[in-house]
Design a binder for this molecule. Sequence first.
Ligand code: S3P
Length: 175
Amino acid sequence: MSVQKKSLTQPVVFTGFMGVGKSTVARHLGYLLKTKMIDLDRFIEETERRTIKDIVERDGEPFFRKIENDALKIALSSDDAKIISLGGGTWTLERNRKMIREKKCLTVWLNAPFEHCWRNIRRSKNKRPLLQDKAGARRLYDDRQKLYCLADWHFVIHPDQNSLDVARQILEEIF
Ligand code: S3P
């Protein structure tokens, strides 16, 4: 089936650890399917007119989680947004998972070895206010696996695969 003939019958939501490449893969998938994609972190930053780092550092994580939940509600109610890329912590909260399930979204866990995520995190470390060091990131990664696991569909990224190939493969395998 050609890419043009494929269409989404339910919204697709990407979850996974920081640095796994959720936003990039979701953007490629949006491009391949010619459909709107929302990057939740970017949406929050545009709405708040400041960075996630600034929000967390000035107002704390609980405040960030509250506006993240509000942003998710808006993203899920948008009729034309068929692809949503979550922040790495969004899916770990039950209230967010509940909303996503109620909208009958297809949830995709992008999974990669910790070292793969860490390499990407290090490149943009000051964008991620909740990470202090590698040991802390590793703990968070290990703790969250059981929650990411609750997604409908698990996709393992190989370190030598580029994000466009990942999006193409998801397109072939899921749709
Ligand atoms: C977070 C991940 C970040 C961002 C915030 C919190 C997390 O998104 O939402 O810094 O708790 O894992 P990315 O996964 O896009 O880095």
